[in-house]
Design a protein around this ligand. Structure first.
Ligand code: NAD
Ligand code: MG
Length: 337
C-alpha cells in the first residue's frame, strides 16, 4: 500500500535481475506504489517474463540511468562485472546502491563509487515467500545495513525499501555487511546445505553398509527430516521434544552429542575462520573464474550418491509430491537460495 511518508515515494527504483529475489522485490515495490524499472540483458531468460508482468524493462545500464535506487539482484558472481559495465558509469551521484547479500562489497569485489549510498536489505526467505507473504498482507523479516551514507538518508532509504517489499510488516534487524555476509555463508556451509546434506549421506551410508534396505534408510534419514525441521521452524527444539516419543528424546540426548561432538564444533570454527579471513571467498572466486571444474565434480558426486537414486524412485510414488511438483513447474521461480 502506498505510503506517502516513504522516502522512496518519488524515487525511481531500478531492479537488476528478475529471478528469485528480483521478481518478488519488483512486484512488491510496485504494489507498494513505487516506481520500478527492471534491468536485464535483452534476450536473457527473464526479459519477456518481466515484460509480460507489466514492467518497463531496459538493459541494465539504461535502467540505472536516472534511478534513485539501484537494487542489485543478479547472481552474486556476475555482480562485479555488472557493476563495472553497467552501474559505475551510469549511477547518479547521490543515488543508493542496494544489495540483498553483502558478499561482493564485503570481500572487495565491488568497490562502490564514493558519491553514492551503499545499503543492504536481505529478506530471510526465498523470493517466492517474499512475494506470497506480501500478497497475504504480511512480510518476510529482513536484515538491513548501511555501508556508505553520502546522502544522509541511507538508513531511511534502506528502511523504506524494506517497507516496500513488505519486510517491515514482519521484523527488521539492523546488521552490517560483514555480519550479514559471514553469518549467511557460515549457515549455508556448516548447517543448512553442507552440514545437513553430509549428515543425511553419512546416516544413509551407515545403515546401508550395515545391510539395511536402502528404501528404509531413505525414509529414516532423509524423508523424515522434514517432519523434524518443520517442528524446529514452528517452535524450536522445544516443539520437537514435545512432539517425539520419550525413546526418541532419550536417544537424542545420549547419541546426538556422540555424533555432533566437540570435534565437529571445532571444525565449524575452522570453516568460520576461512570465511572470516577471506580464504573461502578467494577460493570460490578462483573456482568460478576457472570455469567451475571442482564445483561440477562435487555436484556430480552429490547427484550420483545412492541416496539420490533410491530417493528418485520413492518420491515418484508419493502422490502428494507429484501434485506439488506440478504446481512448482507452473511457478518455476519457487526456489530457495
Ligand atoms: P537468481 O539466480 O534467482 O536470479 C538472477 C537474475 O539475474 C535472473 O533474472 C537472471 O536472468 C539475471 N541475470 C543474470 N546475469 C545477469 C546479468 N549479467 N545482467 C542482468 N541480469 C542478469 O538470483 P537470486 O537467488 O534472486 O539472488 C539475487 C541476490 O539475492 C543475490 O545477491 C543473492 O545472494 C541474494 N539473496 C538470495 C536469496 C534467495 O532466496 N534466492 C535470499 C537472500 C538473498
Ligand atoms: Mg545464503
Amino acid at each position: 500500500m502506498s505510503n506517502p511518508n516513504n522516502t522512496l515515494a518519488k524515487a525511481r527504483i531500478a531492479v537488476l535481475g528478475y529471478g528469485s529475489q528480483g521478481r518478488a522485490h519488483a512486484l512488491n515495490l510496485r504494489d507498494s506504489g513505487l516506481d520500478v524499472v527492471v534491468g536485464l540483458r535483452k534476450g536473457g531468460p527473464s526479459w519477456e517474463k518481466a515484460r509480460a508482468e507489466g514492467f518497463a524493462v531496459a538493459e541494465p545500464g539504461e535502467a540505472v540511468q536516472g534511478a534513485d535506487l539501484v537494487a542489485v539482484l543478479t547472481p552474486d558472481m556476475v555482480q562485479p562485472k555488472l557493476y563495472t559495465d553497467a552501474i559505475e558509469p551510469n549511477i547518479k551521484a547521490g543515488a543508493a546502491l542496494l544489495f540483498a547479500h553483502g558478499f561482493n562489497v564485503h570481500f572487495g569485489q565491488i568497490d562502490p563509487r564514493r558519491d553514492i549510498d551503499v545499503i543492504l536489505v536481505a529478506p530471510k526467505g526465498p523470493g517466492a515467500l517474499v512475494r506470497s507473504e506480501y500478497e497475504r498482507g504480511r512480510g518476510v523479516p529482513c536484515i538491513w545495513a548501511v555501508q556508505q551514507d553520502v546522502s544522509g538518508h541511507a538508513e531511511a532509504r534502506a528502511r523504506a525499501y524494506a517497507d516496500g517489499i513488505g519486510g517491515s510488516r514482519a521484523m527488521l534487524i539492523r546488521t552490517d555487511f560483514k555480519e550479514e555476509t559471514e553469518t549467511d555463508l557460515f549457515g549455508e556451509q556448516a548447517v543448512l546445505c553442507g552440514g545437513a546434506s553430509s549428515l543425511v549421506q553419512a546416516g544413509f551410508e551407515t545403515l546401508v553398509e550395515a545391510g539395511y534396505q536402502p528404501e528404509i534408510a531413505y525414509y529414516e534419514v532423509l524423508h523424515e527430516l522434514k517432519l523434524i525441521v518443520d517442528l524446529f521452524y514452528e517452535g524450536g527444539i522445544t516443539r520437537m521434544l514435545e512432539f517425539v516419543s520419550e525413546t526418541a528424546q532419550y536417544g537424542d540426548y545420549v547419541s546426538g552429542p556422540r555424533v555432533i561432538d566437540a570435534g565437529v564444533k571445532q571444525r565449524m570454527k575452522d570453516v568460520l575462520k576461512d570465511i572470516q579471513d577471506g580464504s573461502f571467498a578467494r577460493n570460490w572466486i578462483a573456482e568460478y573464474d576457472a570455469g567451475l571444474p571442482n564445483y561440477r565434480k562435487y555436484k556430480q558426486a552429490d547427484l550420483d550418491h545412492p541416496v539420490e537414486q533410491v530417493g528418485k524412485q520413492l518420491r515418484a510414488r508419493m502422490a502428494w509430491l507429484q501434485a506439488g511438483a506440478a504446481k512448482a513447474a507452473a511457478e518455476p521461480l519457487k526456489k530457495t537460495g
